[in-house]
Design a binder for this molecule. Sequence first.
Ligand code: SAH
Length: 246
Amino acid sequence: MHNKGKIYVIGLGPGSREHMSKRALDAILDSEVVIGYKTYIHLIKDLLDEKEVIDSGMKKEVERCNLTIDKALEGKRVCIISSGDAGVYGMAGIMLEVKYERNADVEIEIIPGITAASAAASVLGAPMMHDFAVISLSDLLTDWKLIKKRIECAAKGDFIIALYNPKSKGRVYQIEEAREIIMKYKEKDTPVGIVRNAKRDGEEVIITDLENMLKYNIDMLTVVIIGNSKTYVKNGKMITPRGYQL
Ligand code: SAH
């Protein structure tokens, strides 16, 4: 029988090995080819002996997926890696889209990982105990108008808001506008958690509030979690009550 190969779409989790799932680890070990952005390849470099490793730059997602399918059609077991969860601003969606676009007869297994918001929340305490919205501030693929509308709706709905891709060197005003929109609906002393490198080397944690959040360093290695109207800070932990009577 012709061996069709297999594709694993892997979320590595936030970065440290203890926070990677066993299934993700097994899939990497089982793979003959590993494909991904070089920062993520670097996180697992000790696992890559004897494997074909293909790292590629940031803007080549479709190319990366096509290559993954080509390799699998040759009969190889291939993994394509994202950080966090591959289904949250990661490679899972585009991988399936490319597979169906090409009508490629290959098996794809998507392996979930701990997403940045969960990792950051655990570091901050328990800020996401109630309904939350995850919003990426990157307007590379999404219209800024639509992003602003979603921020507005989430703030109006009193959702806890986790902001991904909050600010890069060339993209600085979005976090400022996002905060302004949110301030229309949330009090200025609403707790805000800023976590850089959650659950990996170089972890930094700040708990502040909406009024002061822009005084701190926010970049592309950071996730920002803004509480709801019930969120409070106690003993350095950010807590959003679920509603239990104490
Ligand atoms: N698939 C990833 C998200 C990719 S988008 C996931 O599920 O986590 C990239 C953004 O995720 C970054 O700009 C940052 O906002 C956030 N991020 C990813 N890992 C992080 C970490 N360990 N600590 C803080 N933020 C992180």
